[in-house]
Design a protein around this ligand. Structure first.
Ligand code: SAM
Length: 350
């Protein structure tokens, strides 16, 4: 894909670069917040699975810029470049150690909101991907149950599946309202949605645990989607469509700015705001740069050629052997040879 073709195809990707968001996901959180005002009055927030950090940027902008005492804790498996006002932790949210680190940051006080945009690496095996996503939500909920204040809110990405209703039903045990939100910037063709749980009110006697608790994924039969308080699409329906392909000459940067028509058409390519700091493919890139792959390639080609040569030689040797066996057989069968041999034998006897 060329440098500009993705900009043309994915308007939110382009808008994110124009507006200095690290990922297009920033729009998903902003559109949900614009609809539900979940960040209004928030002073403490936890962003689970936060890298590369566009949700943390939104939190920083909407909380920290307003109130320098706001506390934002972000966590991810991957390292993240710093963001003003955001405490960053690197770790796996499904591990108890990492969860404890998040909890430690809130010693004594509780968070107003926990958000989780986590997505495991997709394997392509649908049932396994679904299971991994459910595990991530479960881990997010376990951390949430420790750090969220009563009355606080929880937002988590889900992939809608046959087990989703069970998840909503389970969330409904802990929150007064459970919505399913689909922001305009989330592709309609994707089963991605966000479960928004408002007003944390766990059942009496509930003791938060880091082990699997009542959110265990068991049987979805008999649970209906009616437990949801609403399916809400967020974002201006007349706004940008994440499924549509837009030409490059449209003015996405400052729709309200007084740019003349010529200026609007002057498209300028922009690089991504924050490339991954330590991506999994970094080592492979370094190996490529050092020329190790070319050398491995050359060695392999050489070895393959030598192998082909050995196989050719073996084939020729086998063919020759077969040929000489055939000649020997023919000799044995020839009557002229037989007579000659008998004569030879008779001569020896005389
Ligand atoms: C879609 S990205 C999040 C994007 C982020 N909300 C943003 O706006 O930039 C999903 C993230 O989940 C993280 N993740 C997946 N499994 C995780 C785990 N077990 N613990 C911590 N982070 C995890 C991945 O490393 C990845 O950065």
């Amino acid at each position: 894909m060329g440098k500009t073709s993705r900009d043309k195809r994915d308007i939110y990707y382009r808008l994110a670069k124009e507006n200095k968001w690290r990922a297009r996901s920033a729009f998903k959180l902003m559109q949900i917040d614009d609809e539900f005002q979940i960040l209004k009055g928030v002073r403490r927030a936890v962003d689970l699975c936060a890298a590369p950090g566009s949700w943390s940027q939104v939190l920083s902008k909407r909380l920290y810029e307003e109130d320098k005492d706001a506390k934002i804790v972000a966590i991810d498996l991957q390292p993240m470049a710093p963001i003003p006002g955001v405490i960053q932790l690197q770790g796996d949210i499904t591990s108890v150690d990492t969860a404890n680190q998040v909890i430690e940051h809130f010693s004594g006080e509780k968070s107003d909101i926990v958000i989780c945009d986590g997505a495991p690496d997709v394997t392509g095996i649908h049932s396994l991907d679904e299971f991994m996503q459910a595990e991530l939500i479960l881990a997010a909920f376990n951390i949430t149950s420790h750090v969220l204040k009563i009355g606080g809110n929880f937002l988590a990405k889900i992939f809608r599946s046959r087990n989703s209703s069970l998840l909503y039903a389970q969330m409904k045990k802990y929150f007064k309202k459970v919505y399913l939100a689909k922001p305009r910037s989330s592709r309609q063709s994707s089963c991605e949605a966000f479960v928004l749980c408002l007003d944390y009110s766990p059942p009496e006697g509930f003791v938060p645990t880091m082990g699997k608790s009542s959110l265990e994924m068991t049987d979805a039969s008999g649970v209906t989607a009616e437990v949801i308080d609403g399916f809400v699409t967020c974002g201006d329906l007349s706004g940008w469509d994440s499924e549509k392909s837009y030409p490059l000459d449209i003015d996405v940067c400052f729709p309200s700015a007084n740019l003349d028509e010529e200026d609007k058409k002057r498209y300028e390519f922009k690089d991504v705001v924050q490339p991954p700091t330590d991506p999994a493919y970094k080592e492979a890139l370094e190996m490529k740069k050092s020329g190790i792959f070319s050398k491995m390639n050359a060695d392999m080609t050489k070895e393959l050629k030598a192998q082909h040569k050995r196989e050719d030689k073996l084939k020729i040797a086998r063919a020759q052997e077969a040929e000489s066996e055939k000649t020997a057989e023919k000799k044995e069968d020839s009557p002229v040879d037989k007579v000659a041999e008998e004569l030879k034998a008779a001569k020896i006897e005389q």
